[in-house]
Design a protein around this ligand. Structure first.
Ligand SMILES: *Cc1c(COP(=O)(O)O)cnc(C)c1O
Length: 437
């Protein structure tokens, strides 16, 4: 532990912490602190690490690019890494035609929202300015993203400043009042969405995470839910905007999650794993139809009014290009499909624990919900944050964990070996047991 510095930590009650473990380096699956303690990175350094830390190919890609060109904008100019990456992302993403870069997932979603609104403006349907989204969805911490992904526990203080979003229910089977099957729950949600879109002609876009809601507590969509919701959007002339910031690039077991969902968005956003977890970069992609609505003569003002200083940074783009090549070279998605089965196989080992109410798993993502009463599903309570309790015991057990409220997350680097995954799971299980909720 080091004395607290002037650093203000994110989403943290600072008075709860007298100091923080200081990470001085990281190798493979391990974070190593200033006392030499090693922790398995159980949350892939906020869900973004793919290959583990200090991977030589990625470090080399960054070093080589850094020596040649560190930053040069794509305002009036272009450069190789950004062009290669833009093309590669379009190639990977069925139906997509253009890539717009930003430097974090929240911005990628802000851009998605702006594109959707301006699309309707350009198309002459200026009244279609309203956004719909799924309850419990999360799209980032900036104002547009908070509006679209409104989680009251996180954002209620800012509610007055957020723009109005129409929310439709999410198929959260575990927390549904009364008991429903997955398919009944999906049907109820789809019927509600259908009714909402039918009633409100001002809705221009529906925004949702692709495949599962992660920050909302690991809520995995029932089979065909996303596809059917996409069909409802299409029938009502509403753009479908997918957020794959957390769930794309293999996290749920497929390179492009919407492809696995047999779903066709108009706009999609990527982030987190794009650079293998090494630098900050995000992308927003659109179809040809959406892109072409922005074309016209200059004085028509149809072009996209958006740009960031570090848009398409060359070093970040170069490491992303290398990362995507590595997915191919190492057949990562195939490997994940195998490791994912192993992770799923551990669900019962968590369910045995009294404090565990539910375990949800897909791909390389697992959420373990801690409850004080299995029947009422009431969350465990503690005076300290649950996160801090679990983090501290985890640290002692050699694993880095960060919970989401009462949900313990297992979000390992995607390329984790079966041996390390077993260690991660067993240490996490022991940590929950020792927390004694
Ligand atoms: C993390 C996340 C974001 C925000 O990305 P940042 O890079 O943290 O701004 C947006 N959407 C989803 C689904 C996320 O998980």
């Amino acid at each position: 532990m080091t004395r607290t510095s002037r650093l203000w930590h994110p989403n943290t009650q600072m008075s709860e912490w007298s100091g923080f473990a200081k990470i001085v380096r990281a190798r493979g699956m391990h974070l190593i602190d200033s006392d030499g303690n090693r922790m398995i990175d159980g949350v892939a350094s906020m869900w973004c690490n793919v290959w583990g830390h200090s991977r030589p190919e990625l470090v080399r890609a960054m070093r080589e690019q850094a020596a040649r060109l560190q930053h040069s904008p794509v305002f009036n100019l272009t450069h190789g890494p950004a062009e290669r990456l833009a093309d590669e992302l379009v190639r990977l993403s069925p139906g997509m035609h253009r890539t717009f870069f930003s430097d974090n997932g929240s911005s990628a979603m802000e851009i998605a929202i702006k594109i959707a609104i301006q699309y309707w403006h350009n198309a002459g349907a200026k009244q279609k300015t309203r956004i719909a989204s799924l309850k419990k969805g999360y799209h980032g911490d900036t104002f547009g993203a908070m509006s679209a992904g409104y989680i009251p526990g996180f954002f209620s203080r800012f509610k007055r400043q957020l723009f109005d979003v129409v929310q439709v229910p999410t198929p959260d089977v575990y927390h549904w009042p009364g008991s429903v099957t997955e398919s009944e729950c999906a049907k109820l949600c789809l019927d509600a969405a259908q009714e909402t879109l039918e009633k409100d002609e001002k809705i221009g876009a529906l925004i949702m995470e692709s495949g599962a809601q992660v920050a909302g507590g690991v809520i995995i969509y029932p089979e065909s839910f996303q596809k059917r919701l996409g069909n409802i959007c299409r029938r009502h002339g509403v753009l479908l905007v997918l957020d794959e910031v957390a769930t794309g690039f293999g996290r749920l077991g497929a390179m492009v999650q919407y492809r696995a969902q047999k779903n066709a968005p108009d706009i999609v956003a990527y982030g987190k794993m794009l650079t293998g977890g090494y630098l900050t970069l995000a992308a927003t992609l659109t179809t040809k139809k959406v892109y072409e609505s922005f074309l016209g003569s200059y004085d028509q003002n149809r072009h996209l009014f958006h740009g960031h200083t570090y848009t398409a940074n060359p070093i970040a783009s170069a490491v992303a290009v290398e990362n995507l090549e590595m997915y191919r070279r190492h057949g990562l998605i195939k490997k994940i499909q195998k490791t994912s089965k192993m992770l799923g196989g551990y669900a019962d080992a968590f369910r045995e624990l009294d404090a565990v109410g539910d375990v949800r798993h897909k791909g390389m993502l697992m959420g373990i919900e801690l409850v004080s009463d299995r029947r009422t599903r009431k969350p465990v309570s503690s005076k300290k944050s649950i996160n801090k309790t679990i983090f501290e015991i985890g640290r002692k057990n050699g694993v880095y964990l960060r919970t989401l409220g009462n949900v313990v997350m297992i979000v390992p680097p995607l390329a984790i070996s079966e041996g390390h995954l077993r260690q991660l799971v067993l240490r996490t299980r022991r940590t929950i047991e020792e927390a004694g909720f």
